[in-house]
Design a protein around this ligand. Sequence first.
Ligand SMILES: [Zn+2]
Ligand SMILES: [Zn+2]
Length: 241
Amino acid sequence: MKLVLDTHSHTIASGHFTTDTVTDLARAAQKRGLELICITDHDPAIPGSANESYFRNLKYCEPKRLGVRLLYGVEADVMPDGGVGMANDLLAEMQVIILSQHPPCFPPKGAEENTAALISAIRHTKADIAGHPDDEKYPLLAEDLVKACAETGTAIEMNNASLTPGGYRGDAAARDCELLRLCRRRGVPVTLGSDSHGAAHIGDFTYALKLVEEENFPEELILNTSVEKFIAHLRAHGRRI
Ligand SMILES: [Zn+2]
Ligand SMILES: [Zn+2]
């Protein structure tokens, strides 16, 4: 299966693990033969990440660098108060919205609370992608999440960093297998995201690709196989691209 785009990456603006810039990521993507990458830095709610003005300026960035198409978005946080870590008007400017749970913003709770908060935020933001819902720290009612994603047209992420052996989200593979089976049943699309902090792992889908192939997940539901298919998914949520 040929994957032509990476939906999840971080630059120096996220404030941890890398000093690489957008251009560094584009260069890595070009070398690895990708047509498009999504720049999805952490929202201002994550300590040390970029502030609002960084995200407000993304609309002035080049849509293409070194021949690689770039979409500028955010990995937004589910917050305990029912909101997300970015103002609504700013979220509306993003070209891609991944919605995730991270301990600094949403300390893990029980499965019902984690799932309810995630679903509520997905509905509120019209998120394009539910980011790494495979974290062992966050018990999840997988069936409820996939049902909600089917209703909102939100994709579920297979996160390569989570699936990398020794990764910091524990045993993600069992949860991801369950999610893939539920997604297939309900026709919910998935994205494969490297979640690369910096250029090193851009376009690295080693473990996520192995999993979807082992599960015989239908290629038509994998959004990384075509730029047109991925952009149609984003436009269906009102993203201005
Ligand atoms: Zn994340
Ligand atoms: Zn991330």
